[in-house]
Design a protein around this ligand. Sequence first.
Ligand code: PGA
Length: 258
Amino acid sequence: MNRKYRKTVIAGNWKMNKTPSETKEFMNAFKSIMPKGRWCDVALCVPAVCIPVAVRTMRETRVGIGAENVNANPSGAYTGEIAANMLVDAGCKYVIIGHSERRAMGETDADVNAKVLAALEAGLIPIMCCGETLEQREAGITAEWIAMQIKSGLQGVSEEKIRKVIIAYEPIWAIGTGKTATPEQAEQVCEGIRTVVRKLYSSKNARAISILYGGSMNEKNAYELLAQPDIDGGLIGGASLVPEKFVKIIEAANQPTL
Ligand code: PGA
């Protein structure tokens, strides 16, 4: 991370876990042990039905609540879907877009791009995910694959809006597997992502955007990962479901030595 040029962001991704009642319990417990430091932004992306209670419980804190998906259309006949302005009205600040678990359900690069544009238009901060499979890594095509995902995901995003985008690098083989990318592996890809952004926009913009690592990041490996110059935070699945673990990751990001 590099606090001089960009924000450090620790974001939780709850996936399909916790009911609204459990959300309230978590938020109260989390609030009582939340670190005081202000060095990093903290986000919790929760299931849609948990958003209202999460927003209410965390109202007077610096924790931003987010959604885990959004529909790219502003309104209409899309049964079961949720539009960006609805998330904003419900109090969301962030939205995860293009998580590999959603891509596995059929979400394409074009869908991801449309959702990023819709989120930005509504004033949400998109956390746009990218990542390679183990086969792609072993075939040596990680860099090309990630560059392609970033380029298509950011198509049409203006110079003024690019700094609002957070990118999360999540190698698919590391998600929920307990297998973390080494700090060097993660840094290499995150640095590559910044280079892509530099070419698409400018050095200034590339320097200013936050790039997160995700994939079995936990209270034990967070410090080492965050010590890498191009890793500006984490997108945390499993470890964000336990207040004590999540707090330890925030504390790792708050270390004065970083
Ligand atoms: P994990 O999930 O931390 O449980 O590996 C990360 C993610 O999928 O965002």
